[in-house]
Design a protein around this ligand. Structure first.
Ligand code: DP6
Length: 327
């Protein structure tokens, strides 16, 4: 096969990846846990074409040059080396959600790219190898390869640092309603954030605490226990931002509306609505609740003029090959 199309979900981390042992290999300091997001997907077609003098990259209908193209081309180099080919490729990718706003577009992007590119190159990689490959493009992409609720293992070498599912999507009707408060492209991407984190005086303390927190959060998900999971994910999100705020350079990802919504979530909970928040490296707020509370959460969001829109996710499936989109 010289052409293939893949779809992958973004994911929301409940225990997050923040800081790399090896920036080039994207080997994280800590294991992380996440849920795939059913409504936040990237669809990517890769076509290897002997007539191309370089890789062509189109994202959301726009031809890309510079750093975004080079990051994709670098990832294609890894696939070419694995497949023993030298052919350049045309890559066409589209997202179902805005890029660079705290919904992890790089996770779905590099998971879909890894699957489409390896299939187009004639490879059929086992899931752990595909996940480890996706990790080289963007760390969190490792977690978008397997389905449902996922753990990405911290390890000292490339082959051992992959993600695997620990519960399927049907395990729990958990929702992530992503409240969009800003569509501005963030000023500092995650890759620079991982580098800045190491200078925070709190970095080592967070990593030490996660030794016990990862199994505790995994068990809360296995038990479908919102009373344990909810407070744990809020504390973890705030801990990540405490590191970002105290790194070098210091990074402030929140917009005023982000802070307003965090207070609002606490007020809703005080009023009896079982909803908790988490955040990635961006201004938008991920509202986490059981399916039974999701209608009420949307009703509350409708009252807020500073929330532009929201994206309602269930637990999503694995990265998968699909027929080529119609042109
Ligand atoms: C805050 O995977 O986007 O979303 O490897 O540099 O592409 P790169 O970083 P990325 O970092 C994700 C950071 C996070 C937390 C998480 O998803 O675990």
């Amino acid at each position: 096969m010289t052409s293939a199309t893949a779809v992958a979900c973004a994911n929301i981390a409940f225990v997050k990846y923040w800081g790399n042992l090896s920036p080039d290999l994207r080997l994280p300091f800590n294991s992380s846990l996440s849920m795939n997001l059913s409504a936040a997907t990237t669809t990517t077609t890769v076509r290897f074409d002997p007539g191309l003098a370089s890789d062509h990259v189109v994202i959301d209908g726009e031809a890309r040059a510079g750093a975004p193209r080079d990051r994709v081309a670098h990832h294609l180099d890894l696939v070419r080396a694995r497949a023993g080919i030298g052919t350049h490729a045309a890559v066409e990718s589209s997202n179902s959600f805005p890029m660079g706003t705290g919904i992890a577009s790089s996770a779905s992007a590099f998971a879909a790219l890894s699957l489409a590119a390896t299939a187009a190159a004639g490879l059929s990689l086992p899931e752990p190898e595909l996940s480890a490959l996706a990790r080289r493009g963007s760390g969190s992409a490792a977690r978008s390869v397997p389905p449902g609720f996922v753990e990405w293992h911290a390890a000292g070498d490339h082959a051992a640092s992959f993600a695997a599912s620990f519960a399927p999507p049907e395990h729990w009707d958990l929702r992530d309603i992503v409240a969009v408060v800003s569509r501005d492209h963030k000023r500092t991407g995650s890759t620079d954030g991982h580098g800045a984190a190491l200078a925070s005086p709190f970095f080592a303390a967070r990593i030490a605490g996660l030794q016990a927190e990862v199994p505790r959060v995994r068990q809360a998900i296995l038990d479908r226990d919102m009373a344990v999971l909810g407070p744990a994910i809020e504390a973890e999100a705030l801990a990540l931002h405490a590191i970002a705020l105290t790194g070098r350079p210091a990074l402030l990802y929140w917009a005023p509306a982000t802070v307003a919504l965090l207070h609002q979530v606490h007020a809703w909970r005080d009023a009896g609505l079982p909803v908790w928040f988490t955040l990635d490296a961006g201004p938008n707020v991920h509202l986490i609740c059981d399916g039974a509370a999701a209608g009420d959460v949307e009703g509350c969001l409708r009252q807020l003029d500073y929330v532009e829109s929201w994206l309602h996710n269930h637990a999503g499936g694995a990265a998968r090959l699909v027929p080529a989109p119609a042109v």
